[in-house]
Design a protein around this ligand. Structure first.
Ligand code: FE
Length: 219
């Protein structure tokens, strides 16, 4: 473990506990984290970097990209053609995978994303995947009977729309570009982003309508 030698001697910061009563799993996580730091396998800075990344990556990153695509046809075209290039221009690092593909919903096609093998997901754009995404039920049902699975999740796809399921891998991840809702013609890019839900970018949920947004803002 020669590459970690430089950490020795100045890396004894441990994970601190907060004031609340710790659960069994919290105790285990802290014990394991401290053990990894003591063994020199990771530094406390590595750990903080991961936590920082988890806080920074939220579905709002993806929502801003989608809103821009709604507002700017040239941007949308480039995003659909070469999402990797656009991500590097925006300074969004893909890190763990090589290829990002953006798939566009249209009047005739609805797209949804899964990882049938495990839980591959476009983390830099959507944050960490929800529990159901990793669940065996979703991973098989969305492939076996996408229309029923989506309907069960509250996403009723009209019969005249084909459904395409995209199976993520360690190499390739997908982001759904939902259709721009009606009645949003005068909205700014910033406001448009508020309509774009995480689930709409996975393809298992709708975007909000402007009315729903104003209700949410009032409530
Ligand atoms: Fe996976």
């Amino acid at each position: 473990m020669a590459q970690h030698d430089h950490d020795h001697g100045h890396d004894h910061a441990h994970v601190d506990t907060e004031e609340h009563e710790l659960t069994y799993y919290e105790k285990r996580i802290i014990a394991i984290s401290n053990l990894l730091i003591d063994k020199g396998l990771i530094s406390s800075q590595d750990l903080l970097n991961v936590l920082k990344e988890m806080e920074d990556t939220t579905p709002m990153v993806g929502a801003k990209v989608v809103a821009r695509a709604w507002a700017d046809p040239d941007f949308k075209q480039r995003l659909l053609q070469d999402a990797n290039l656009v991500m590097s221009e925006l300074g969004i690092a893909l890190q763990r995978f090589r290829v990002l593909k953006v798939v566009e919903n249209t009047d005739s096609v609805h797209n949804a994303v899964v990882c049938t093998l495990c839980s591959c997901y476009p983390i830099p754009l959507l944050g960490y995947p929800p529990d159901w995404y990793k669940d065996e039920t979703y991973r098989s049902w969305i492939v076996d009977d996408p229309r029923a699975c989506l309907s069960d999740m509250g996403m009723n796809v009209p019969a005249n729309q084909d459904i395409r399921i995209w199976d993520s891998t360690a190499e390739v991840r997908y982001l759904v570009l939902p259709q721009r809702p009606a009645g949003t013609e005068t909205m700014t890019e910033e406001d448009l982003a508020q309509l774009i839900t995480r689930d709409s970018m996975i393809g298992v949920g709708r975007t909000l309508s402007p009315d729903e947004l104003s209700v949410a803002a009032d409530g």
